[in-house]
Design a protein around this ligand. Structure first.
Ligand code: IVH
Length: 759
């Protein structure tokens, strides 16, 4: 690789690694396996080793593992947290080839175990192996003292704050609990909660979690326990570490003790005493587990008598008194008939495999997510392929791989852009792929698929804070065609809202409630907050509209520069910012003597010609903008998006709607030329909190006087009211002057005005 290629490759790898790091550590939604991550990292390490100049300080190779984890304290486990020896159920084809029973591993283990023990009379327990994340929770004197992950078995991370957010875990135990009681269990997400969480993430444009275990592991890694509190975690206790006084001598007694201490134990539990009943129990579990509300991937078999645990001891890794019998996930072959593209609530395009229906692990599967284009390329999935499908974590159907030998001769690699003809399949809008991101997105602001997201954004706390406008209501309003955009909320009456029937809610038990009526009380509160939102300041409104690139800071800066909503719609400043931004970006992207690329003479001449035109223009625009001291938070891209919004149908409809409501949201921080205004005034402006009206013929244009009033901190209104502080009058003043006189408003001539300014 030459240095230029190496640099390009290294930059791409860094971008990818950083993105996966973020998906893993911050979003807890890994898109690639650890092995794939390591392979990318190794490629980058190799390039940096070969080209030491590329070893930059912010390369992911400099910080293996990522920052957030550094925040957890570590805790030493008083009793080592061992893992369990796995034995595997044989797959159907292995059974076929070897002529063995598919319980062979189990039978071997049982016989070996019996020999080790040296006795025939013993009992074993069988429990579901929960596919979650192990934690140890210490209760001292009945109070939850700490919670720790397994870590390397000897020390783990202190995740007490995260664990405390799990409502099913008691913070205090009843009086009969041992004084020192370290209980261990599995944290997990119920399948239904997991699906709901993923739906929500999808709606918010976030990457979906791959399976409940990944979602759980990622959640427990969060340093911010407020995020953890929003995630639906649960825990089932299955074992113990250190205990100061045993009130139980067997595993089944421990299992019975747990619920008396309000500690959740698995409902499925068997006590057996010979091999045939062990095999029956395991097969029953394999059948029944598909109906469980959480994922299981095997059975844990333990010796019931705790005294025998010490007798049997453990290897360096596993106890000799337990084993985990792993069920093999059911996999089936089927035809991938076609690929459809789903448009998410934020416009993300997700490819979905349409399959010939097939029965796997208890349900018929006819669709499977293909995640994204990159994942499809990695597996080289094509229409017409015979694919192997399994339920990842026994829940979500996934395409594991394709069978290349069965591929039709005329098959073509999949290309998402071509597949949808470059257009959003929902609204026909353009699609684009943001730099460094894998997903394609619909760029049409008013794509109907995005309406629910726009509505929820509009009503959320930091925007217009509309009480009770939750997911279910937003979905109901949009999906049943009641409203087509946020501004239509203002047309809803309390009665309209009260009568709506929302989708069922998920109850604590994991079951669904009956469909709910929104009801009068909530409807009243919502309409009251919709009414209240009309008087919220301009920045909240600008932020709430969800205009691309207009976040909170851009909205606040825009509201500093404009008095009201309609002023933003007719702004000159925004045009200047947008034009300067566009021209500057062009100049940056098309340098006259690029460092990295070779350009032809024609290209150079062309760039020179454009630069000769652009550079002086940028200077003029910068001079014009200088007095406004505009923060970079409101850059060219945001200014452009604002202009586009107000020029679009949606923007025009919004303007029309606010006009109909008789409002024009006002800036709460209006101060367009901060430096100029405050100079020599000691910080307070002479016309602060004064409202002026201008009338009659003056020596200069009304805009000239208006500008002067604004600069001195005053406001200018078009009509006289009780609130008017002063009327600036010129020659031939008419009705306004009469009204001002009748209301007792101070009347100021141009001469007096000039004197006021001088003072
Ligand atoms: S007992 C030394 N019971 O599986 C044995 N573990 O692969 C102590 N697990 O580390 C654990 N369900 O985190 C036990 N019913 C169950 C379990 C279970 C899941 C986990 C546990 C363990 C891992 C071993």
């Amino acid at each position: 690789m030459d240095p230029i290629q190496a640099n390009t490759r290294a930059r791409k790898l860094r971008l990818q690694l950083e993105q996966h790091n973020q998906l893993y550590y911050l979003d807890a939604a890994p898109e690639i396996s650890d092995a794939d991550y390591d392979s990318l990292m190794n490629q980058l390490k190799a390039i940096e080793a070969e080209h030491p100049v590329l070893q930059v300080a912010d390369s992911p190779t400099q910080r293996v593992g990522g920052k957030p984890l550094a925040g957890f304290q570590t805790i030493r486990h008083p009793v080592k947290m061992l893992s369990i020896e796995d034995i595997h159920q044989l797959k159907e084809d292995e059974v076929h080839h070897s002529g063995n029973d598919n319980d062979k591993g189990l039978i071997d283990w049982f016989e070996r175990f019996q020999r080790n023990l040296g006795q025939k009379n013993f009992e074993l327990t069988v429990e579901p192996k929960i596919d979650g994340v192990a934690v140890a929770i210490m209760y001292r004197n009945g109070v939850l003292d700490y919670a720790a992950t397994r870590g390397d078995g000897s020390t783990g991370d202190d995740i007490t704050q995260n664990i405390k957010t799990i409502r099913s875990i008691p913070l205090k135990l009843p009086g009969h609990a041992p004084q020192t009681f370290e209980v261990r269990g599995e944290v997990f997400m119920h399948n239904a909660d997991f699906n709901k969480l993923n739906d929500e993430r999808h709606a918010e444009g976030m990457q979906a979690f791959i399976n409940p275990r990944n979602a759980t592991a990622g959640t427990l890694k969060q340093l911010d326990s407020r995020i953890v509190a929003t995630r639906p975690l649960d825990l089932i206790f299955h074992s113990f570490g250190t205990v100061d006084k045993f009130s139980f001598t067997t595993i089944d007694q421990f299992h019975e003790l747990l619920p008396t201490l309000n500690l959740k134990a698995d409902k499925w539990f068997r006590l057996i005493d010979d091999l045939p009943s062990l095999r029956v129990a395991i097969h029953e579990l394999d059948k029944e587990r598909h109906a469980f509300s959480y994922a299981t991937d095997g059975a844990v078999i333990k010796v019931n008598e705790i005294a025998l645990h010490q007798h049997l001891g453990s290897t360096s890794k596993y106890p000799r008194w337990a084993c985990a019998f792993k069920f093999c996930p059911e996999q089936k072959e089927t035809l991938l008939k076609s690929i459809s593209i789903q448009v998410g609530r934020t416009g993300v395009l997700t490819p979905v495999a349409e399959l010939s229906p097939i029965f796997i692990s208890g349900t018929t599967v006819s669709r499977a997510t293909l995640h994204n284009e990159e994942e499809m390329k990695r597996k080289d999935v094509r229409v017409g392929d015979i694919v192997i499908v399994e339920k990842a974590g026994e829940i979500i159907p996934a395409v594991v791989k394709v069978i290349p030998e069965k591929r039709p001769n005329d098959s073509k690699p999949f290309n998402l852009f071509e597949h949808v003809g470059g257009k959003c399949p929902s609204c026909g809008g353009n699609i684009s792929q943001a730099e460094g991101f894998i997903a394609w997105k619909c760029t049409n602001f008013t794509c109907p698929e995005k309406t629910v997201t726009r509505l929820k954004h509009f009503g959320s706390r930091r925007m217009l804070d509309l009480e009770g406008l939750g997911d279910a209501l937003a979905e109901k309003l949009v999906d049943s065609g009641i409203i087509k955009g946020p501004m239509e909320l203002f047309k809803l009456s309390t009665e309209d809202l009260a009568d709506l029937h929302l989708a069922p809610a998920r109850l604590q038990s994991g079951e669904d409630s009956k469909p709910r009526r929104f009801g009068e009380k909530k409807a009243y509160l919502l309409t009251a907050s919709i009414d209240k939102s009309k008087s919220l300041p301009l920045d909240k409104w600008l932020f709430a509209l969800g205009i691309p690139a207009v976040g909170e800071s851009a909205a606040v800066e825009c509201s500093r520069l404009h008095e009201s909503f309609t002023k933003v719609a007719n702004s000159d400043v925004l045009h200047f910012i947008a034009e300067r931004g566009e021209k500057e970006s062009w100049l940056k992207a098309n340098p006259l003597s690029p460092k990295k690329e070779e350009i032809s003479q024609e290209e150079k001449a062309y760039r020179m010609e454009i630069a000769t035109e652009f550079k002086p223009r940028v200077r003029i625009l910068s001079d014009k903008l200088a007095p406004f001291k505009i923060s970079p938070e409101l850059g060219g891209v945001a200014a452009n998006e604002l202009i586009n919004f107000f020029a679009s149908d949606c923007g025009k409809e919004t303007l029309h709607a606010i006009e109909e409501m008789g409002i024009d949201p006002k800036s709460a921080n209006y101060s367009p030329r901060p430096g100029d205004d405050l100079e020599g005034t000691g910080g307070t402006l002479p016309f602060e909190s004064m409202t002026w009206v201008i009338t009659g013929t003056l020596s200069q244009s009304r805009d000239h006087f208006k500008e002067l009033i604004l600069q001195k901190g005053g406001k200018v209104s078009g009509s006289i009211s009780q609130k008017t502080s002063c009327l600036l009058t010129g020659d031939n003043a008419g009705s306004k002057l009469r009204k001002a006189e009748s209301l007792g408003v101070t009347i100021v001539t141009e001469e007096q005005f000039d004197r006021m300014l001088e003072q």
